[in-house]
Ligand binder design. Structure first.
Ligand code: SR1
Ligand code: MG
Length: 432
């Protein structure tokens, strides 16, 4: 037993793999050894994980490479004082294989999974980069809208009651119900801590001190975030990725891969859609902080806002098309909507369903923005802006937009209303 293992982990065979150990281990996995080629001694192994939770190794051999992800028994960002179940690797594997069935081109293929070691070996994504890094650099991704909306529409629709029987759906909810420790992170870090005094909160001080205090005293906002939290806790709409920010997406100019679904569980669909839109809006409002000359990133910013609009409109179009063609679930029995009048009424109901989902998405978008500015886990869109006053300006604009979206959700009747508000806040000057 090592210092970092509980007795249960030691008896289960779990150990944290370091380079030499990993080499020996991988050499014993035929699918992996075949992919890498050559002798195990010739393989290069680099630990490259820069996420908040896990170890990630890139392993290269004579004939190929792969990525190996191992869950640590604690939160990497914080350390051993914050234990976290290894079982998240199991849920990530379940989610990855589910997504691979529905959107095979859009996730890395799994070569090998080891439950005891909480380890998964998967395709090495090259020359992909983490999308967030590309957005900070001002890069445009023309294929992104089509890819991400296919991923969202297919993974969400086919795990919903619109596609599944009630029995299938309940079995699947049960299969993911044990991932509650990861849900609890979201419940605390996104839906609670930014709105109260919490030891782990941080923000760009001193500029945002008053704004953070205002948000801690804003009861309209507290009601709105509490309603969203209740929805996150209780609405098992579909199998969601659960952490679909731009750090969980890898891209090239013409390819997109969604990674890291360890927060997956049956939750509200708007949480995933909102994660994508929130991270695009933050890329947009952080962009001014990365300018070397005024206006040099205007084309990029215009692309980001067009992308925000298309993420919603294309997702909605694809989702409703899937519903029209694959209504195999127990929700909305077709026998209740027969004839021309029935078909018209069902179509109208589809539009109402999407309008409700849009409102959910607006609220979750706002929640995902606020947590990245006032909570524990920040993002490089803002963090790489060196001048703290400039960074705080970009963050304050984002907080203003997010507050409006969360408290006045119903006033955002279309995605164009969101981008219009974002454009307005882009040039707003906070008084510090
Ligand atoms: C303690 S984990 C902090 C954050 O990292 C993950 O990517 C999730 O977004 C989580 O909330
Ligand atoms: Mg992650």
């Amino acid at each position: 037993m090592t210092a970092l293992q509980t007795p249960q982990q030691a008896s289960s065979g779990y150990r944290i793999l370091r380079e030499a150990d990993l080499r020996d281990y991988l050499a014993g996995v035929p699918a992996v050894a075949t992919r890498l080629g050559g002798s195990p001694q010739s393989w290069t192994i680099d630990e490259v994980g820069d996420g908040n939770l896990n170890l990630v190794f890139i392993v290269r051999g004579a004939t190929g490479g792969l990525a190996v992800k191992q869950a640590l028994p604690y939160v990497r960002l914080v350390g051993e004082s914050w234990p976290l179940p290894l079982s998240r690797a199991h849920y990530e594997y379940l989610a990855l294989t589910h997504q691979a069935r529905l959107a095979p081109e859009l996730v890395p293929a799994v070569l090998h999974h080891d439950e005891q070691l909480a380890l998964t070996a998967m395709d090495l994504l090259e020359p992909h980069i983490i999308m967030r890094k590309g957005l900070v650099a001002g890069t445009i991704y023309p294929g992104f809208v089509d890819h991400i909306t296919t991923f969202l529409a297919r993974t969400l629709f086919f795990s919903s009651d619109l596609a599944l029987t009630a029995a299938e759906k309940k079995e699947r909810i049960a299969a993911f119900a044990g991932n509650h420790a990861l849900c609890k992170i979201t419940e605390d870090l996104i839906f609670t801590d930014p709105y109260r005094v919490a030891e782990q909160n941080r923000w760009t001080t001193p500029w945002l001190d008053l704004t953070a205090a205002d948000i801690r005293a804003d009861l309209d906002l507290h009601v709105a975030i509490s309603r969203l939290k209740l929805e996150f806790l209780s609405s098992a709409e579909a199998l969601i990725h659960g952490d679909l920010h731009t750090g969980s997406i890898m891209v090239t100019a013409d390819d997109t891969k969604v990674i890291d679904p360890e927060f997956a569980f049956y939750g509200p669909m708007g949480f995933d859609i909102g994660a994508v839109i929130a991270n695009l809006l933050m890329a947009y409002l952080a962009s001014a902080g990365h300018e070397r000359t005024p206006g040099e990133r205007r084309d990029f910013e215009a692309w980001v806002l067009a992308t925000v609009e298309q993420v919603w409109t294309e997702f909605a179009r694809k989702f409703v098309d899937l519903w029209r063609e694959n209504a195999t679930g127990d929700a909305y029995p077709l026998s209740l909507f027969e004839g021309q009048a029935g078909a018209a009424r069902l179509e109208a109901e589809r539009q109402s369903y999407m309008a409700r989902l849009f409102q959910d998405t607006i609220g979750f978008t706002a929640a995902k923005i606020i947590r990245r500015i006032l909570g524990l886990a920040h993002n490089i869109d803002f963090e790489l802006i060196e001048d703290s006053r400039v960074r705080a300006t970009c963050e304050a604009r984002s907080l203003r937009l997010a507050r409006a979206m969360m408290v006045e959700t119903e006033s955002f009747r279309s995605i164009a209303a969101v981008t219009k508000a974002a454009r307005r806040f882009r040039d707003w000057q906070p008084e510090f």
